[in-house]
Design a protein around this ligand. Structure first.
Ligand SMILES: Cc1cc2nc3c(=O)[nH]c(=O)nc-3n(C[C@H](O)[C@H](O)[C@H](O)COP(=O)(O)OP(=O)(O)OC[C@H]3O[C@@H](n4cnc5c(N)ncnc54)[C@H](O)[C@@H]3O)c2cc1C
Length: 537
């Protein structure tokens, strides 16, 4: 009982005061828990004040270009400007440095608070290739070969496993087991053969059907028709009804898109597999890059190489004028600066930008219709003194999933540390997207939930695997609530007119955020940052 006092987190204790201990038999009451919200409170504060008169700035400054948003998109824009010799630009980070690529640290272990892996870049992702080469990560010519990359960043083995709770054993791939020759196995093979046949395939316009970045994909109308139905509808139509396969496909959607196969577009469901040209189930070789702190070290490298002046401030108003733009920017204390610039790159999420930039509609973007649903996520980092016992002594993998779960399993942050002996401390990062709830109601729930309710949802898969064996090792848990974590590519997202209009904007204001792709991955975020900077260069 004294451990709560010993670790004493202010944030946790205030939240814990009113909690209802729904799982007191499972989660020990002494468990210290820290809850973070990624700038949610400040964000809501600005949204509420958006219609009010602007505060009087206490200072003013001028700059050639201003970048609004310090996630991967904004950082890439800054990096590309710096590469081209630009010096006179400023980046407003918002209230969460690196956004979804932020990280935390416990003892000597760094861990992700959001994004954690980057697949080997596709041939079309020349922007990512250039970045990885500049940082010494991509060293060889063959993009699909593990030997082309700095081995410290390639996901170390064992890379994945799947917990079959009913049978109490670990399966060594995330595709559920299926007996050779069974209907399940036939459907799995049929699906994999189909998506493999689509990798690199071109449409009637000569462009890759399912490309990353998505903007380079073919416009072939026959294939784009897939966007008029959900992935589930398409799977049913094509006779993919195997329970194991359907769980795996739904999991894959939730993992990349937040929503599951019942809501995402069939085009997006297929794109997930067909766009990853280096994935190979056959030789079971990884095609992923990762770092202990997830994608944070990449964001950090972009940030350092951009040499941009970065301010921990958020834009509260952007106004386009006859000379350029004016930005009202505030720090955490509410001190406001007026910044004048010739051009602005908007690299903040669209649900924030709609409050900040009233002229957004002049760019063909209808804020009442054109914003895709933003799915909320929980990222829970379990701090461990040592390692819990593994059933059957099966070694811990980098990614650990639970078959049948509606959550997204957990990754192990120190997996990338090359050491002779196991480290004394570890962190498991558990992911959960609110795929089955309307985003608004999940966000409302998050704000009211007690610490134990958050834990029940956030670390459910870790508990399913280890049960009460977990607790002797646990020193605490950090829960990051991401209320508007990412855009979901729901049915019809490819023809969202407002998004298409923003992609092409090339005036005083340009746009760069993964939202423009309709879904959120590193390559898409950095693509739009790259494009926006390119327009200025
Ligand atoms: C839980 C989770 C896991 C993920 N895992 C992966 C993964 O493994 N691999 C992968 O490729 N992708 C992953 N992603 C997707 C991830 O979102 C992208 O990789 C990428 O980090 C998105 O970058 P962004 O710049 O588009 O947006 P964001 O990360 O949303 O950055 C937006 C930035 O704008 C700033 N901002 C907000 N309001 C203002 C304002 N008013 N003024 C100025 N700035 C403002 C914010 O502080 C933030 O810095 C994950 C996402 C989540 C939520």
């Amino acid at each position: 009982m004294n451990r709560r006092h010993f670790l004493g987190f202010a944030a946790a204790s205030s939240l814990m005061a009113g909690c209802r201990w729904p799982s007191w038999s499972v989660i020990p009451p002494w468990l210290p828990v820290k809850v973070l919200d990624g700038g949610m409170k400040q964000g809501h504060h600005f949204a509420r004040d958006a219609g009010n008169a602007l505060p009087t700035p206490s200072s003013e400054r001028c700059v050639d270009t201003i970048i609004l948003g310090g996630g991967v998109a904004g950082l890439t824009a800054g990096w590309r400007l710096a590469q081209a010799g630009f010096k006179d630009f400023l980046l407003l980070q918002g209230f969460e440095q690196y956004g979804n690529a932020s990280s935390g640290k416990w003892q000597d272990v760094s861990y992700p608070r959001g994004a954690h892996y980057l697949p080997f870049p596709t041939p079309e992702s020349t922007h990512v290739q250039e970045m990885l080469r500049a940082f010494g990560i991509l060293q060889g010519q063959n993009l699909g070969d593990v030997n082309s990359y700095d081995e410290r960043c390639v996901v170390h083995a064992p890379d994945e496993r799947l917990w079959l709770g009913g049978k109490q054993y670990w399966h060594d791939t995330v595709m559920p087991p299926a007996k050779k020759g069974s209907e399940d196995s036939i459907q799995q093979q049929r699906f994999l053969a189909l998506v493999n046949s689509l990798k690199g395939k071109c449409g009637s316009d000569g462009k890759i059907l399912f490309a990353i970045p998505i903007a380079l994909s073919s416009q072939d109308a026959e294939w784009r028709k897939l966007d008029t139905m959900t992935f589930d509808q398409w799977l049913n139509r094509e006779g993919y009804i195997s329970e194991g396969l359907r769980w795996f496909l739904d999991y894959s959607c939730r993992d990349d898109y937040g929503f599951g196969s019942d809501k995402v577009s069939a085009w997006a469901g297929i794109h997930y597999f067909a766009s990853r040209v280096h994935d190979s189930e056959k030789d079971h070789q990884t095609s992923l890059l990762t770092w202990g702190a997830g994608l944070n070290p990449l964001a950090e490298q972009l940030s350092q190489a951009s040499l941009a002046q970065q301010l921990p401030q958020a834009a509260i108003r952007l106004v386009e004028t006859s000379h350029g733009v004016e930005v009202w920017s505030t720090d955490m204390q509410g001190k406001v600066t007026l910044i004048r610039a010739k051009r602005a790159i908007c690299a903040m999420p669209l649900h924030v930008l709609k409050h900040v930039f009233p002229q957004l509609k002049d760019y063909g973007f209808d804020v009442t219709q054109d914003i895709l649903p933003h799915v909320p996520w929980l990222v829970s980092n379990v701090w461990l003194n040592g390692f819990p016992r593994e059933v059957g002594d099966v070694p811990l993998s980098w990614e650990n999933l639970v078959y049948g779960s509606k959550s997204l399993g957990y990754v192990t942050a120190p997996q990338q540390l090359i050491r002779v002996a196991r480290p004394s401390h570890s962190v498991f990062t558990a992911y959960h997207s609110f795929a089955d709830q309307a985003p608004e109601s999940a966000r409302a729930w998050m704000q009211k939930a007690s610490v134990h309710e958050l834990l029940d949802v956030g670390i459910q898969d870790v508990i399913k695997v280890y049960g009460t064996d977990l607790w002797p090792c646990v020193a605490g848990v950090e829960i990051m609530m991401r209320g508007h974590a990412m855009s979901a590519p729901v049915k019809g997202y490819l023809s969202q007119k407002g998004l298409l209009a923003l992609r092409d904007a090339d005036q005083k204001v340009t746009f760069a955020h993964s939202d423009l792709s309709g879904y959120s991955i590193f390559e898409e975020a950095s693509w739009w940052g790259w494009q926006a900077a390119g327009r200025i260069i």
